[in-house]
Design a protein around this ligand. Structure first.
Ligand code: GLP
Length: 247
């Protein structure tokens, strides 16, 4: 079941999203988490690390799984997903490197990276929680419009919108052609899925994702089929929805 929660501000949304992660880890200290990079979750991670310190929540046994990465971009590049998570989560929480399971987007054979990730997820049986943002074209991770939703982790040719929008993460113009990503099937099987979106620029695609029929052309719409999903929006991102009750 998918529940939609609308908050009056992005700050409130971030606080609630962080609360869900904290609650899970308090009950399951060895949870397997997959948390997205991107601009949207920045505040959520700030709340998460702040609350974790304040409430002394033990994250030392949590396993951290990569959602996606730009193929050919090294982790040292500030635009990489790894770099973002390192800065906003792994460093503040002092995560031990052995608990970080990320795609090596610099590997000579990126398909092998996908196989390794699929094997790990099989071994854990499932991800306990996955938190994603939504791309302007409706992607989650790098599951681009038209993607086969039955795929597990895979390498994909990036959509032209993703290539353009993605430039915002980099200090100089960067060639972004391929991505490596967990698949929609792994997203659907996660114990809990959270999709967060903030700002008016996301209002149109959010409407398509949650109020129109599930379609491979809007990969995020698959969240409607998830057994335990939360769509958390600020008022602006919810601006085009029929249901518009604010918290
Ligand atoms: C990016 C990433 C996604 C992210 C999404 C939204 O391209 N591949 O993991 O969730 O697009 O990003 P943002 O939050 O910056 O809008």
């Amino acid at each position: 079941m998918m529940q939609i929660d609308i908050f009056e501000s992005a700050e409130k949304m971030a606080y609630e999203a962080a609360g869900k992660i904290i609650d899970l880890v308090s009950h399951k200290p060895n949870a397997v988490l997959c948390l997205a990079g991107g601009e949207t979750p920045r505040l959520t991670y700030q709340c998460l690390t702040g609350e974790a310190k304040k409430r002394n929540i033990d994250f030392s046994s949590v396993q951290w799984v990569s959602l996606d990465e730009w193929v050919g971009i090294p982790p040292s590049n500030a635009g990489s997903c790894y770099h973002f998570l390192q800065q906003h989560l792994f460093n503040p929480l002092a995560v031990h490197p052995s608990n970080i399971h990320f795609f090596d987007a610099m590997a000579a054979n990126v398909s092998t990276e996908c196989e390794k990730m699929n094997a790990k997820i099989k071994q854990w049986q499932r991800l306990d929680l996955i938190l994603v943002g939504i791309g302007m074209n409706g992607h989650i991770g790098f599951n681009e419009p038209g993607v086969d939703a039955t795929l597990p982790a895979h390498v994909i040719e990036l959509d032209s919108i993703t290539q353009q929008v993605g430039q915002k993460y980099f200090t100089e113009n960067t060639h972004l052609q391929k991505g490596i990503t967990l698949g929609i099937s792994q997203f659907i099987q996660a114990g809990m899925a959270i999709l967060i979106a903030a700002g008016a620029s996301k209002a149109g695609i959010i409407k398509k994702a949650v109020e129109e029929p599930v379609s491979k052309w809007v990969p995020a719409s698959h969240i409607q089929a998830h057994a335990n999903a939360w769509v958390m929006l600020d008022a602006a991102a919810a601006g085009a929805l029929k249901i518009n009750e604010k918290r």
